[in-house]
Design a binder for this molecule. Sequence first.
Ligand code: ADP
Ligand code: MG
Length: 139
Amino acid sequence: MSGKITFTMIKPDAVADGHIGAILGKIAEAGFKIKALKLTQLTVADAQKFYEVHAGRPFYGELVDFMSSGPIVAAVLENENAVESFRTLIGATNPADAAEGTIRKMFARSIGENAVHGSDSDENALIEAQFHFSGREIF
Ligand code: ADP
Ligand code: MG
């Protein structure tokens, strides 16, 4: 059974490029309800821990540097089948492969600087939400 919660970040590229409002608009239009929301910045240690699963990959260092390079927007979102429907809304990891109308197609700079994060499972959505928000910041 699929869960109702996913976790997202608007990444430093999209914040710097002025796309916070447009991306939150696309998320709302797609029917997601905002359960938690903040503008924040990851330290290098935070980014290393958040992306620990990718520690062996060649792009890990670049990813950690990028994700800690500037402010992000973190959010917990609610919808039916939230993880899968949000990943459909954001599109493929590489914006060159992302479908027309998806958030990454519209706003990402590159495969690394790809505008948004979306959780890949119900279990990780909960872990990621709790990484960024305390209980009293989630509504
Ligand atoms: P997704 O974010 O679509 O779930 P992954 O979990 O595979 O993708 O990768 C996590 C993040 O690492 C991506 O969103 C992207 O920022 C970065 N990344 C993935 N693959 C590459 C790559 N080949 N080169 C540079 N950065 C990458
Ligand atoms: Mg992933």
